[in-house]
Write a protein that binds this ligand. Structure first.
Ligand code: GLN
Length: 240
């Protein structure tokens, strides 16, 4: 049995649990459990950090003794599979790699070193949208994935980006799995922020993987399509 924890402090965690429960990977039994304490996290091989509100998730974690520290350690452990969706993607960034948002800022947990993100770059709740994504790595790749963006963060810049123009190339170990069609791409964030210069080419990259870590700026657990969960379990959790 492989136990997958879903951080359950705030946000869309129930949906992730239900999607994981729908998967039947050959040779393994999956168990999906909500995580609210360090002891629960210790029983997990893998973790999903859901969408919701990154500042709230972080502040609840910091008020639970030891929990924030164990989440940061888990996120940074290369042996652990971790997937951050939307707010969870924000928390996968560098400690000082989070910009944007109107309220008090938030620190990243460093799951993908060198990752910088910009909160709410896709606009307000009312500007939520759906976009068809082509994701070649999924099963039935010719069928687009209907990606739902809700106050979504964007990649501000990737670690040590090289100049390769191949969207599927491994950039210093960071693999771009999906980009938004150009008509959906966000306007760039300000370049005079403490984060430095955004990398315009990285802004529309909405699904990335580095080893056992993955981020999506949208909400795959709301699409009625389990293919991204299936991909993460096969590649990042089971490593096959
Ligand atoms: N804008 C939210 C944040 O900053 C993320 C929104 C979401 O997870 N749907 O945390």
């Amino acid at each position: 049995t492989v136990t997958i924890g879903v951080l359950a402090l705030q946000g869309a965690f129930i949906e992730h649990i239900h999607y994981i429960q729908r998967l039947r990977p050959t040779g393994y039994t999956l168990k999906a459990i909500p995580i609210r304490s360090t002891d629960e996290l210790k029983t997990c091989q893998a973790l999903i950090i859901p969408g919701g509100e990154s500042t709230v998730i972080s502040s609840i974690a910091s008020r639970t003794p030891g929990l924030l520290e164990s989440l940061v350690e888990f996120a940074q452990n290369p042996e652990k599979a971790v997937w951050g969706t939307c707010a969870g993607m924000i928390l996968m960034a560098d400690k000082h790699g989070v910009g944007g948002g109107r309220k008090k800022g938030v620190e990243g947990w460093g799951g993908i070193p060198g990752l910088k993100v910009w909160r709410n770059l896709y606009g307000t709740q009312l500007e939520s949208f759906e976009a068809p994504l082509t994701i070649p790595s999924l099963s039935s790749p010719s069928r687009p994935f209907n990606a739902i963006f809700i106050r979504a963060p964007a990649v501000f810049s990737l670690p040590h980006n090289d100049e390769s123009s191949d969207p599927d190339s491994l950039k210093n170990g960071v693999q771009v799995l999906a980009s938004l069609p150009t008509e959906y791409q966000p306007a760039p964030p300000p370049s005079d922020s403490p984060l430095g210069e955004p990398n315009i080419e990285d802004l529309g990259k909405v699904m990335l993987r580095k080893g056992k870590k993955m981020i999506t700026s949208f909400h795959p657990e709301l699409s009625g399509d389990v293919r991204i969960h299936e991909y993460w379990v096969e590649k990042c959790v089971l490593g096959r």
